[in-house]
Design a protein around this ligand. Sequence first.
Ligand code: SAH
Length: 230
Amino acid sequence: MKQFWNPNSINKNKAMVENLQNYGVITSDEVAKAMESVDRGIFVPDRSSAYVDSPMSIGYNVTISAPHMHAMCLQLLEKNLKPGMRVLDVGSGTGYLTACFAVMVGSEGRAIGVEHIPELVASSVKNIEASVASPLMKEGSLSVHVGDGRQGWAEFGPYDAIHVGAAAPEIPEALIDELKPGGRLVIPVGNIFQDLKVVDKNSDGSVSIKDETSVRYVPLTSREAQLRGE
Ligand code: SAH
């Protein structure tokens, strides 16, 4: 597993962001500002290792991604996360990345999280309430929903940006359908060997797909299969 740093002193969210900038993972001011403002420590079960560059168990056989993966996905989607834009986060888990998205698109935009474990949705709402994104949730520009994210969330689409935080066997058609022309989907695809794919919808509705990097995510699957540990 790739890891950029592993500090053992008292960790700070700002230092985590600075490390990601120093390693060239974060290159945009908007991404840095969003990650600085959303304290990762609020979202993880064990605050003492919240800022270590490593995934962490959040129960239900899944993990919160490592900070460098969150940063990489925010960077890949940055141009589709401008104020006023619409973003869908499939497999929103702790709500951390959904909160970062919401901060970037702001109160004129719309950030939607979809997660199929109801308990994780409930705790993500509490996490978001304790974070800088709380006012956005109160005013309705940020919301998290219980559902099967393989279907996307058509109610608030089409989206400028869709992020999937779990690996799909193939790209779900519904997610491509819910992209705007000019929209971008970032999704890990594969089983044991996975690629982070970047899917751009062109103005004529066709899609261009490229592989960004090899990754290791938990599967995008049914709730039952996940809870059985498959
Ligand atoms: N991005 C989140 C969570 C990553 S783990 C974070 O970093 O905190 C992947 C998440 O996807 C888990 O919470 C898991 O429960 C969820 N998931 C897996 N399959 C899903 C599906 N079909 N629909 C919705 N959520 C799903």
